[in-house]
Design a protein around this ligand. Structure first.
Ligand SMILES: NC(=O)c1ccc[n+]([C@@H]2O[C@H](COP(=O)([O-])OP(=O)(O)OC[C@H]3O[C@@H](n4cnc5c(N)ncnc54)[C@H](O)[C@@H]3O)[C@@H](O)[C@H]2O)c1
Length: 304
């Protein structure tokens, strides 16, 4: 079995590569290293190509053999989308289209990463996959566009494409975002900055659970699935838990909200995932943060 992982040197991508190798796949990762790190793939026996998702080197891979699976994770994140919306559009829309087209020719199953951002400010919690999509960022718009092309390719070409809407995934090897920022600052006894009053609620999902859910969906035909813990945590509760796990005093400074902090509450329903795969996220926030802090304190984090 041959698998291509785009964004394979990224946070989720590197864990996905590891899991696919464990399942017996021959894995090829591509990543342009916008945010990914080659060190994330240290020790894994697989091929890694530094290039963008649909570059000629990637198209060549398809002429040299069929892929059974493509896990499309390469993307610009919400932070960079706000300063470089064209870059966001190119990576998250044009290259997603290109990957779907390559998958069509190869007959590969596709798992395409989307995001809980597609819901915007939802009316109902936990939010299920059938809730309306209300984009309020370039990133959410580009993810919805990617999902829409998945639906069109499914219908026009009878492809097997599963969309996964991840929610605030955290864990070892993540170096961008609220969780790594809080951990780094707490370990080094610096003040944590919280944008706003800390009352925003998010659904934090530990990486091992996110990857296990993704692996279970390989053998599921089509569909759109939330991958989340289903548990809401405020930013202040997150900061408190980080400081407890680090055994350090809570040291918080409130600063202005950013334009991307425009969603006050987010908790996702995991019923569809559970019904289809019999899998439910296992790791509570305190356990997940303990493992993440251990990693930050280990020599593995020196490359970050
Ligand atoms: N981590 C989360 O909480 C979260 C939540 C929702 C959705 N997602 C989605 O999951 C996927 C993986 O996210 P992540 O958290 O691992 O982020 P990440 O930034 O660590 O991974 C994305 C990877 O894609 C690479 N990349 C960017 N543009 C590329 C291009 N044009 N060609 C090839 N590679 C490119 C980056 O270098 C990076 O390694 C993304 O699609 C993201 O939108 C993540």
């Amino acid at each position: 079995m041959r698998a291509l992982v785009t964004g394979g040197a990224g946070f989720i991508g590197s864990h996905v590569c590891e899991a696919l190798i464990r399942l017996g796949y021959e894995v090829i990762a591509v990543d342009d290293l916008t945010t990914g790190k080659p060190a994330n793939l240290n020790g894994l026996s697989m091929q890694f190509i530094i290039t963008s998702s649909t570059a000629p080197k990637v198209r060549d891979l398809f002429t040299r053999g069929r892929f059974d699976l493509i896990v499309h994770l390469a993307a610009r994140n919400i932070i960079s989308s706000s300063t470089d919306p064209y870059g966001d559009f190119h990576t998250n829309v044009t290259e997603t289209f290109g990957i779907l087209d390559l998958a069509r020719k190869s007959g590969a199953k596709v798992i395409c990463a989307s995001s809980c951002s597609v819901y915007g400010q939802a009316d109902e919690f936990p939010t299920s996959e059938s809730a309306p999509m209300r984009p309020v960022s370039y990133y959410a718009a580009s993810k919805i566009c990617g999902e829409t092309y998945c639906e069109v390719f499914r219908q026009l070409h009878e492809m097997n494409i599963t969309v996964v809407r991840y929610s605030n995934v955290y864990g070892p090897r993540q170096h961008i975002g609220v969780v790594p920022s809080m951990i780094r600052k707490t370990i080094s006894k610096e003040q944590i900055e919280i944008n706003g009053d800390g009352s925003h609620v998010r659904d934090y999902t530990y990486i091992d659970d996110a990857v296990e859910a993704t692996m279970r969906l390989i053998n599921v035909s089509n569909g759109v699935y939330n991958i989340a813990s289903g548990v809401g945590t405020t930013t202040l509760e997150l900061a408190n838990t980080v400081s407890k796990v680090c055994e350090a005093p809570l040291n918080v400074q409130h600063v202005n909200e950013r334009s991307i902090d425009n969603i006050s509450h987010r908790v996702l329903s995991c019923t569809a995932l559970e019904k289809t795969t019999n899998f439910k996220c296992q790791t509570n926030l305190s356990e997940g943060l303990t493992r993440t802090v251990e990693w930050w304190r280990s020599e593995n984090s020196l490359a970050y």
